[in-house]
Design a protein around this ligand. Structure first.
Ligand code: 6PG
Length: 266
């Protein structure tokens, strides 16, 4: 196993090219959605190649919502990202709604349609969250521990987590005021239907503990409705009020990818 120091592909420190809120971690603020997609796709590919070189596999957790789907499509068809090592990738879900996979509201159902079915990730490396079943979080926690357990201590964590953020500041399915925000001993939790986001159905979600243990946390946020929550994070809001303020990877990197509207420049 490499010590990850000699032949690692290094990321270039991003510079926002438009004025952006001063968020924890680094900020990639770009004028166009295509530039944002390219920045995330390139960061993902670099992380994936480095992880496969170091550990032999890559553990990727993806969010649903609306924002990331054009990016997921790009990852499938753009030849510049053909080197992403899908066969060595484990696909995890950041959060899931308690609906059948064939519902348009199922995060896994839609991610599977775009990525699961069009990449060559082996089926046993695809990890749906069964949010419609009881004890989803317990099952997912066990599955994560089993899949990551063989890695050296300290590296038994997700490698790349792609998050979104709602206008109320939620990320994953961690909503303002939710007791799930304080679940320090859990990797995943089952949560009741939110009152500030749709669809209003119970969900299962990774916890801040799991997100903050990850090697790379990518928060992809677009739209003017998200600007106030980002400004509150920059001003030091508490995670109980703006859950995405709780993103502080302990030994990993946090990077925000923002469009002008999210930066307050609509
Ligand atoms: C979910 C998501 C959630 C999402 C945000 C942003 O299942 O609801 O994982 O955390 O990322 O709500 O959603 P949009 O991209 O649709 O704004």
């Amino acid at each position: 196993m490499s010590d990850g120091t000699d032949d690692e592909i290094r990321l270039v420190e991003p510079e926002p090219d438009i004025p952006a809120p001063a968020l924890p971690g680094s900020v990639v603020a770009r004028r166009t959605v295509d530039e944002l997609h390219d920045a995330i796709a390139a960061d993902l590919m670099v992380q994936a190649l480095n992880c496969v070189r170091e550990f032999g596999d890559f553990h990727l957790a993806l969010s649903g919502g609306r924002t990331p789907f054009p990016l997921y499509e790009l990852l499938m068809y753009d030849p510049r990202y053909r080197a992403i090592p899908w066969r060595r990738t484990h696909l995890w879900i950041v959060d899931e709604r308690a609906v059948p996979f064939d519902s348009p509201d199922s995060n896994f159902g839609r991610i599977k349609e775009v990525i699961g079915d069009h990449s060559d990730i082996p089926p046993q490396q695809v990890h749906p969250m069964l949010a419609a079943l009881p004890e989803c979080a317990d099952r997912y926690e066990r599955e994560l521990r089993e899949a990551l357990g063989w890695r050296p201590k300290g590296h038994d964590r997700l490698d790349f987590v792609l998050l979104g953020m709602g206008a109320d500041g939620h990320t994953a399915s961690l909503f303002p005021g939710s007791p799930a925000l304080a679940a320090a001993d859990r990797l995943a939790v089952d949560v009741p239907a939110p009152t500030t986001a749709k669809p209003a159905v119970p969900r299962c979600t990774l916890t801040l503990r799991t997100l903050n243990a990850s090697r790379f946390v990518a928060a992809f946020v677009m739209g003017a409705d998200k600007a106030p929550a980002l400004a509150r994070i920059a001003a030091g809001a508490a995670p109980s009020e703006v859950p995405a303020a709780g993103l502080r990877p302990a030994a990993g990197e946090l990077r925000w990818y923002l469009d002008p509207a999210a930066c307050g420049q609509a």
